[in-house]
Write a protein that binds this ligand. Structure first.
Ligand SMILES: CC(C)(COP(=O)(O)OP(=O)(O)OC[C@H]1O[C@@H](n2cnc3c(N)ncnc32)[C@H](O)[C@@H]1OP(=O)(O)O)[C@@H](O)C(=O)NCCC(=O)NCCS
Length: 213
């Protein structure tokens, strides 16, 4: 079956390797809104409009940002493409009863234990651990080296930054962000950005106030 990869960034190039290693699909090329005539990734064309004969293929959106991933996902559906089966690197270790939605990619080095439900369009990047009884919502991103303890629920469009650690039984609500290296010990409310150890809502300095007492 043919596959079109949506996205043309470094992550898309990484995903090309994982797709080829999975041996599930024959990659036809890449799609990017910003592609210019003649753009290539290795030997593959990058296009900003799909040739008609590509419409019978499936798609993977290989973009780290959950909102951009959904934007490209909807675009691919509108063209008439179908999301691919989950792309699961052969190095992934699974326990019993793990389910995974379409268009999800699991990069090398991850361990997913038992009773784990992973939605559609999810990215699980390199070297993560996902404990028992976790749920990961549609279009969530789990960056490299994240450790999710058991019984956690990660909402749709949540973004968990590199190296974050989640205590057991937490809810990371939809559209929220956990910064790189955060140690999360409380639930993260919808749409908030939490950083640090222990993780707290991110405070942004107001521009121009650096020198005020
Ligand atoms: C949390 C995050 C989204 C914030 O990004 P941002 O909105 O651009 O924030 P800024 O860089 O302007 O930083 C705002 C403040 O938060 C602090 N901060 C940012 N990220 C932090 C983190 N991960 N841990 C602790 N503090 C952090 C900054 O030091 C800054 O503090 P200051 O205002 O006192 O100087 C980002 O830093 C992050 O962690 N992204 C995840 C990246 C990642 O994992 N990528 C994976 C690629 S595969």
């Amino acid at each position: 079956m043919g596959l079109i990869i949506f996205g043309a960034s470094g992550f898309a190039r990484e995903c090309l390797t994982w797709v080829l290693q999975s041996k599930q699909y024959n990659v036809k090329g890449f799609y990017s809104d910003d592609a210019k005539r003649g753009d290539k990734i290795f030997d593959y064309n990058v296009v900003n409009a799909l040739p008609k004969h590509w419409n019978a293929h499936q798609f993977l959106v290989a973009v780290g940002d959950p909102a951009v991933r959904k934007y490209l996902w909807d675009k691919a559906l509108a063209i008439g493409l179908k999301p691919c089966q989950p792309i699961i690197n052969p190095s992934t270790v699974f326990g019993i009863n793990v389910s995974c939605g379409p268009g999800t990619i699991i990069c090398p080095g991850t361990v997913i234990t038992t009773n784990v439900k992973i939605g559609a369009g999810v990215v699980i990047n390199l070297n993560c651990t996902i404990g028992h009884d976790c749920e990961i919502g549609n279009f969530a991103t789990i960056s490299p080296g994240v450790n999710v303890s058991g019984n956690c629920k990660i909402g749709e469009f949540a973004y968990i930054g590199t190296g974050a650690t989640l205590r057991e039984k937490l809810v990371i609500e939809s559209e929220s962000t956990v910064g790189m290296g955060a140690v999360v010990i409380k639930n993260v409310p919808k749409g908030e950005v939490w950083v640090g150890n222990p993780a707290r809502p991110m405070q942004k300095s107001l521009p121009g106030t650096e020198n005020l007492n």
